[in-house]
Ligand binder design. Sequence first.
Ligand code: BG6
Length: 508
Amino acid sequence: MGSAANPLRDAQDRRLPRIAGPSGLVIFGVTGDLSRKKLMPAIYDLANRGLLPPGFSLVGFARRDWADQDFAQVVHDAVKEHARTPFREEVWQQLAEGMRFVSGTFDDDAAFDRLKSTIDELDKSRGTGGNFAFYLSVPPKFFPTVVSQLKTHGLSDAGPGSWRRAVIEKPFGHDLKSAQELNSVVHEVFRPSDVFRIDHYLGKETVQNIMALRFANTMFEPLWNRSYVDHVQITMAEDIGIGGRAGYYDGIGSARDVIQNHLLQLLALTAMEEPASFGAKALVTEKLKVLNAVRLPEDLGRHTVRGQYAAGWQGGEKVPGYLDEEGIDAASKTDTYAALKLEINNRRWAGVPFYLRTGKRLGRRVTEIAVVFQRAPHSPFDATDTQELGQNALVIRVQPDEGVTIRFGSKVPGTQMEIRDVTMDFAYGESFTESSPEAYERLILDVLLGDANLFPRHQEVERSWEILDPVEEYWETHGRPEQYAAGTWGPKAADEMLARDGRSWRRP
Ligand code: BG6
């Protein structure tokens, strides 16, 4: 039985909440969609949960000619519309007192001087202690200007005993070269350990649960390898189109938008070895090791597919095709669907394909990782008994119906030995009473705490571009994406790609 020491008494009490110390956040690009829909509500939700310090301060920086009150009103409306937790006037009032707005463009020296005095004033009036994170929710072409302005105006230098951090939204470049350039620009100003690159998928509970499932249990890991696994399917399907994001999306496309970051991070967590500890360094070591072992198949024409949505029906509504969306060039070759096969050249995974797919305007919104197992090497049953039996599978349901499903064969009640697939389900909603925080709540809190576990390091970002670049180059010079009707499951070529391997995509 257990040892004399009581590990529960020695361990830090996990029920004590992690609360950020004195600090503030400056958001560049504060008038954008992300800020309104995700960042502002997340900050309020953190305050409402008591996880922010009493003097927490929020500074918006943008071109608008707003006073502090106008900015506070915008945050107020965003919170009312998008926050996860109920609105409480007293929480709001305390938060609103620490809101400031600095009006200016990124090349405006006077505006950065005003930002500096605003921060100094907050340190005095709100006790932020010189601790500020700068959140760059702006297109990458502005990164160099903003970070060099921060340096020039003395904003990136933390005084003794305080910190300054940079938070960077995706897209982090559009290929390996541009990502390397951005990294070197940012690292000239901030130490690597003070740079937090956001991949909001890592902030999702279900994504962190991949590690819990694999490394806190004994029953899955022995099967998690080429001896038992036939293949892995990682799907991120969305039912929405590009909405008002034509400016960002066209020329970028689905593979750069989400495979380079979210899907390769999911692959890394699914396929990596157990980290030596649950610390940022150990995690990055393992993620990077497995990403370094990822290989593209030689024939990219056979093992990659891209598509573009055509008009169709979604939720009983007729929706336009991509080329008819506002702001899209009628000849655009941008992919709104991408699928690829990857291999992992190591002892655990050799010969096990990882199929990744993503798309907009697909049948429904679902993100999942399906580990599909090999068939039993021998069956004592008649072939007719098992004709409806599929392959065993373990499916991590990332969203929206968060949980885990295990699929296996079971005898159908009756006088015959007939075996059919059944499922065993774990659902977050049933097992836990507390609802999951939004990814951005978790990640903003981690930035303020200086906890880098859930942030990809620059080597991972660069390696992910290195994996994707040859695919993008191949697509650039080979034809156009295949059209698929909105509301369907993507181009026919994607089904054919798996059929050639004797497999098929799951229909979640
Ligand atoms: C973003 C992409 O990173 O993730 C969007 O840029 C996509 O195109 C979004 O819609 C999906 O996020 P979520 O959390 O809704 O799955």
